[in-house]
Design a protein around this ligand. Structure first.
Ligand SMILES: NC(=O)c1ccc[n+]([C@@H]2O[C@H](COP(=O)([O-])OP(=O)(O)OC[C@H]3O[C@@H](n4cnc5c(N)ncnc54)[C@H](OP(=O)(O)O)[C@@H]3O)[C@@H](O)[C@H]2O)c1
Length: 359
């Protein structure tokens, strides 16, 4: 089998390290480089364990990574870093590789049209790694009229509404289904993560947000469904395990990863419930801003600031939605390029900090 070359951006994170595990298990991939931001020791030990040829630190900037991609032109670049920083990296990866595996939904939330423009200029494939979007990709056909994305509801899904004010970071970081990085775990509890995923799905599958339904599904077995015009519904199921969509992205259109674990349906209940607006107000913002890239960038930037502030104990859990709503309301603009988006990102962060001060 031909060996394919891979660069993992965000190798030290939850997604990046699972990718290394999958690669080792499947063989026939060569990891040319992996990036880290602050976890030098972890990066070194992963590099040793998984034969990663080069480590690149992104803390002081992305020039070394960009030059590496330009020079080595890997077959596959996996982008799995949180936040706005994923957008310029994704654009570069699309122009220098054959396939981008995108875990960082924030790139499509903020700069979806820039990603699509870059794809038109090249023949690079873009494959989503989010389990829900990987599922839709596997189910997709042209007669899709709507899709369902499922959500766990996050760590506070069963808390009384009046107790949410008192939630501590350690409560929110206890995700009921997935073990992930801190930001996405907090974003799961506010369901901002699902708001991002609605916008991501619109970009990937040419849908309006009104065609994307979200329901809470506690068992975590159904990842997504597509609704076809003849009344057929196709659902994608599997145990929640990110290694499966990562492996699928790496080997697409083949399926080489071997896992062989399936639920026993005779003993399994599948439940779906509405996303309550009073519990998840920040999620519903996504539907209001679908056609406005300035507000979408503000949604992400303010959320990044709020998650950090919540982790530092500077704001309450319920303040996250309040700050987001304020920042999204105030930020306006018509970004035309990456620099415009960077300006919006910066302005939104500043405003979010100001709103936090006023709380
Ligand atoms: N985890 C999941 O199951 C999952 C599922 C679907 C999608 N995603 C998406 O995948 C992305 C990564 O999530 P994760 O859970 O893997 O996060 P994570 O565990 O927090 O890892 C983040 C990775 O990005 C690096 N990083 C942090 N800030 C950075 C910056 N400003 N610039 C460059 N690199 C930076 C970190 O380096 P250091 O460790 O060295 O600081 C680490 O390698 C997010 O967009 C998330 O929404 C994750």
């Amino acid at each position: 089998m031909v060996e394919r070359t891979v660069v993992i951006v965000g190798m030290t994170g939850s997604m990046g390290s699972q990718a290394l595990e999958v690669i080792k298990k499947m063989g026939s991939f060569r990891v040319l480089a992996g990036t880290y931001h602050s976890s030098f020791d972890k990066a070194q030990s992963l590099a040793k364990e998984y034969a990663v040829e080069k480590l690149i630190c992104t803390k002081d900037g992305y020039e070394e990574l960009e030059a590496f991609l330009e020079q080595r032109r890997p077959d596959i670049v996996m982008v799995c870093i949180p936040g706005f920083a994923s957008l310029p990296v994704t654009l570069k990866a699309l122009r220098t590789s054959k396939r981008v595996l995108l875990a960082s939904k924030e790139a499509l939330v903020c700069g979806g049209w820039l990603v699509k423009e870059a794809m038109k200029e090249t023949s690079c494939e873009l494959i989503p790694l989010d389990s829900e979007h990987s599922a839709v990709m596997q189910l997709y056909e042209p007669s899709v009229e709507g899709i369902l994305l499922t959500s766990s509801g996050g760590a506070l899904r069963d808390w009384k509404l009046e107790d949410l004010d008192r939630a501590k970071p350690e409560d929110v970081l206890r995700h009921p289904v997935w073990k992930m990085g801190k930001r996405i775990t907090i974003d799961s509890a506010t369901m901002v993560n699902k708001g991002f995923e609605v916008l991501e799905a619109c970009e990937l599958f040419q849908l309006q947000a009104s065609q994307v339904e979200v329901l809470i599904h506690r068992e975590g077995l159904v990842h997504a469904a597509v609704f076809l015009k003849d009344g057929t519904i196709k659902m994608h199921l599997g145990f929640p395990d990110m290694r499966v969509p990562i492996a699928y992205g790496l080997t697409y259109p083949d399926r080489r990863y071997e896992h062989r674990k399936w639920p026993n349906f005779a003993e399994t209940q599948l439940r779906f419930q509405q996303v309550e607006k009073c519990r998840y107000p920040a999620f519903y913002l996504a539907y209001e801003i679908e056609n406005d890239y300035a507000k979408r960038t503000a949604y992400n930037a303010a959320d990044e600031v709020c998650v950090e502030a919540f982790l530092q104990g500077r704001i309450r859990f319920t303040d996250i939605a309040r700050v987001l709503a304020k920042v999204v309301e105030k930020i306006e603009g018509t970004p035309r390029d990456l620099q415009d988006l960077k300006d919006v990102d910066e302005a939104s962060r500043k405003l979010a900090e100001e709103v936090i001060e006023w709380l």
